[in-house]
Design a protein around this ligand. Structure first.
Ligand SMILES: NC(=O)c1ccc[n+]([C@@H]2O[C@H](COP(=O)([O-])OP(=O)(O)OC[C@H]3O[C@@H](n4cnc5c(N)ncnc54)[C@H](OP(=O)(O)O)[C@@H]3O)[C@@H](O)[C@H]2O)c1
Length: 237
């Protein structure tokens, strides 16, 4: 176990974050599992990842982000990779979005992503190499009328990725994976409309997102500031 590069995945208890943790574990990384509230699922994911270390933090609070990275350093000694997967998603009519709605989305999707990048990069600098992968969204590339605040936050993640790729070069790369429709279930009728509009004619899988994250973690420092849409071609329409 010792000697494997360590990668912290935020929001890794369930869904896409869990798939990312599993694929990285199976690909030779030592994963560290972050969760906010899903402790039971986080423990299950950690078990599946070879008794991976677990870190809890409410990413709304910058102090908790800083504490988490201090704990990572104390417990694990170093950090090679960071996958900023944790996020929030909420449908809202643009005429009705309140300040609280705006902050609910932006405090996690954009602000926490930035401070995790900052704190992760400070740790990575100590070993002279690092890889950061930010999960953005097709909604950061194409506008969705009922998700204006979410789209703005994910477009922010894309520009943050590009700016930090310059700020953290040459040791640390910063890239982004932009998922299209990744269904956990077929419950959402709107998802069926999006699938019908997707050239691949299907939903993507969490494992397909994880494979894209793995690509950026494995890539040399000549791959940085890039956004890879994994969306069945939907962003081309
Ligand atoms: N699913 C899709 O179709 C899709 C499409 C485009 C983009 N994406 C992006 O892909 C990533 C993963 O998607 P997903 O659908 O799997 O995500 P998700 O289930 O909506 O959220 C992932 C995790 O984020 C964590 N989180 C949220 N607020 C937090 C807070 N205040 N503190 C700590 N953790 C917090 C939660 O952890 P706990 O449960 O432990 O609280 C949650 O399980 C996200 O960045 C998402 O925006 C997904």
């Amino acid at each position: 176990m010792e000697g494997k590069p360590i990668v912290l995945v935020t929001g890794a208890a369930k869904r896409i974050g869990r798939a990312i943790a599993l694929v990285l574990h199976q690909s030779g990384y030592r994963v560290a599992i972050h969760y906010g509230t899903s402790e039971k699922d986080a423990r299950a994911t950690a078990e599946e990842c070879g008794s991976a270390p677990i870190f809890q933090a409410d990413l709304e609070k910058v102090d908790e982000i800083k504490r988490m990275f201090r704990e990572v350093e104390q417990q694990l000694g170093s950090l090679y990779g960071l996958v900023n997967n944790a996020a929030r998603f909420r449908r809202r009519d643009a005429f009705e979005i309140t300040e609280a709605d705006w902050d609910f989305i932006h405090s996690i999707n954009l602000k926490a992503t930035f401070f995790c990048c900052q704190q992760g990069a400070l740790l990575m600098k100590k070993t002279g190499a690092g890889r950061i992968v930010n999960l953005s969204s097709l909604g950061g590339i194409r506008p969705w009328d009922m998700y204006a605040h979410y789209c703005a936050s994910k477009a922010g993640v894309i520009m943050l990725t590009r700016a930090l790729a310059k700020a953290f070069a040459p040791e640390i790369t910063v890239n982004s994976v932009a998922p299209g429709v990744i269904l956990a279930s077929d419950q959402d009728p709107r998802a069926q409309e999006l699938i019908a509009a997707t050239p691949a004619k299907r939903s993507g899988t969490p494992e397909e997102i994880a494979d894209a994250v793995l690509y950026f973690l494995n890539a040399s420092n000549f791959v940085t500031g890039q956004v890879l849409a994994i969306d069945g071609g939907l962003s081309q329409r």
